[in-house]
Design a protein. Structure first.
Length: 551
């Protein structure tokens, strides 16, 4: 047979490879995490999907309840372009809302359970909420928030049997009764994968919270990235120590279902409850801020129980100090550090462990693992940018703003085009965090842009000072902020919480830092106090700055 170079061979009729193909129903389906539940209910119908210690639902029952919730939402006249609000702890109802609400075409607005009534009312009005489900425990705040709204809001109480009794009669409509009476909606995904699936509000520590809009495609891909990053599989049992309202539970509300794992709901994160659930359900995975890890290692010895199998923990926010990681490992936990924000569905960067790290001393392993890491499989790009938006060298020294790009980036802020344009400028989500890129491609956060302390023209990383304070044996928690300084403009002020039964003096801690840092970086003042935190475990540095300024 003549080859392509054979004289006389006919020249083939070349045309673009995809010219005659079209997108069809057979080869394109809008991506949505709703498909995860449909698959798991088909593959694992009799398997335990959800439990809260009192009630348990198989995947078949879980899907049926979500279909009924979808029918309830649709019957209320809500659908595309609207949001349905839930104020609930980590409970079966809030997990069902992550599927049932979007299955009706609406978006879920899961509200921070620690917010006060005026802030809840602001969210209800800003998101134009007409249907609001609230757990019995928050009856008074929910009713007060609805009373503050200038538009009608239908309030339904979630009558969770594990909820504490509340004063007053509460609203007449109850979740379980409405669910039982609702007609199940046929299960189908969205017609358009760019459709909103969730509306998550930022913490609002420096002003009004902003409404971050997620889409089905991003939720689908971010959840798969989570599953890969934490090693979820069909035998996984995930304990809900992270609030489901926080970035849709970092996407694990969908990720655990994607692999057919088990959700173990926990209304309140307390050491005894955590260790009891771990033992009762053979928990394999959990997530939470470093404060959760600290809570567990500082629990009464009588409460601590070693997991039956190695338990993988994903933690976010500031890197946990070495003593915390060491104590967690000794207790049978394996800690993975992740990084993200509400605007990118939670974790978009993960400290992917390398095989050769296992042979290193603990201090070296913790130092490597404390870096924020590399982009997840489903995050397209991770860079550290200069002020002009150009990537900085991978030298571990050049400080710039951490930025990410990918499908797991928000659609934008609700009714705030200016803030959306600013956050998504130049083809990246700008995080506001300052960091460096190491030669191996792992990024490390050095500070929030607003947390850098400028003393005498020199930049001081509050995180660097905090890490040194954590090395002191008496320090349980530490946070460093700027305080006014007549000579230098600003200087570091440290807030420290001590370990139970241990003591330390201000001068002792200052000298401890001076011995390990350039002297200008050491705190000029140390205030001993419990650190105020948000519901997701982040230290409220805004409040600490007020105190440091004399407020």
């Amino acid at each position: 047979m003549p080859g392509p170079e054979t004289p006389g061979a006919e020249t083939p009729d070349l045309r673009p490879l995809g010219e005659h193909f079209a997108q069809r129903e057979a080869n394109f389906v809008p991506l949505s995490p709703l498909s995860f539940l449909a698959r798991s209910a088909r593959v694992f119908p009799a398997k335990l999907a959800v439990t809260d210690g009192l009630r348990s639902f198989t995947y078949a029952a879980f899907l049926e309840r979500c279909r009924r919730l979808a029918g309830l939402v649709a019957d209320a006249g809500l659908g595309a372009g609207e949001a349905v609000a839930f104020l609930a702890p980590n409970s079966p109802a809030l997990l069902e809302a992550h599927y049932g609400v979007p299955a009706a075409g609406a978006a879920l607005c899961a509200i921070n359970t620690l917010l006060d009534a005026p802030t809840i009312a602001y969210i209800l009005e800003h998101a134009a909420i007409r249907l609001f489900f609230a757990d019995r425990e928050y009856r008074a705040r929910a009713a007060a928030a609805v009373a503050l709204c200038r538009h009608p809001v239908r309030l339904v109480e979630i009558d969770d049997p594990l909820a504490p009794e509340a004063e007053g009669a509460g609203p007449a409509e109850r979740y379980e009764a409405l669910l039982d009476a609702a007609a199940p909606l046929p299960w189908r995904g969205p017609a358009e994968e760019w459709s909103p699936i969730a509306l998550n509000y930022t913490s609002g520590t420096t002003g009004r919270p902003k409404g971050v809009v997620y889409h089905h495609r991003g939720a689908y891909l971010a959840a798969l990235g989570d599953a890969l990053a934490l090693g979820l599989g069909p035998d996984s049992v995930h304990l809900w120590t992270l609030p489901m309202f926080h970035c849709s539970g970092w996407g694990f509300t969908w990720a655990v279902t994607a692999v057919g794992g088990t959700h173990v709901c926990l209304r309140k994160v307390e050491p005894e409850a955590v260790f009891t659930r771990i033992a009762a359900h053979d928990v394999s995975h959990m997530c939470g801020a470093p404060i959760v890890l600290s809570m567990l290692i500082n629990a009464e010895p009588s409460l601590r129980r070693r997991p039956a199998r190695r338990l993988r923990v994903m933690t976010g926010g500031s890197a946990p100090p070495m003593p915390v990681v060491e104590a967690m490992e000794a207790m049978g936990f394996s800690v993975t550090h992740a990084y993200g924000m509400t605007e990118c569905y939670g974790p978009s960067v993960v400290c992917e462990a390398q095989a050769e790290w296992a042979g290193l001393p603990l201090a070296a392993r913790v130092a490597l693992g404390a870096r924020q890491g590399v982009n997840t499989v489903t995050t397209e790009a991770l860079e550290v940018l200069d002020e002009a938006g150009h990537p900085l060298p991978w030298d571990g020294q050049s400080l710039g703003e951490i930025a990410v790009r990918g499908n797991g980036v928000m659609m934008g802020y609700l009714d705030n085009p200016e803030a959306t344009a600013e956050a998504l400028r130049g083809g990246f989500l700008h995080t506001g965090d300052l960091g460096v890129m190491h030669p191996d491609g792992y990024v490390e956060v050095r500070d929030r842009a607003k947390d850098i302390i400028i003393s005498g023209g020199e930049n001081i990383s509050s995180l660097e000072v905090e890490q040194v304070l954590y090395r002191h044996p008496a320090v349980r928690e530490a946070a460093v902020v700027a305080q006014p300084d007549a000579r230098w403009g600003e200087s570091p002020c440290a807030f420290v919480a001590l370990r139970a039964g241990m003591a330390a003096e201000e001068a002792e801690l200052i000298e401890f830092c001076r011995a390990r840092l350039a002297h200008f970086k050491a705190p000029r003042r140390v205030i001993f106090a419990d650190l105020p935190k948000t519901s997701t475990g982040k230290v409220q540095k805004t409040r600490l700055r007020e105190i440091a300024r004399g407020g």
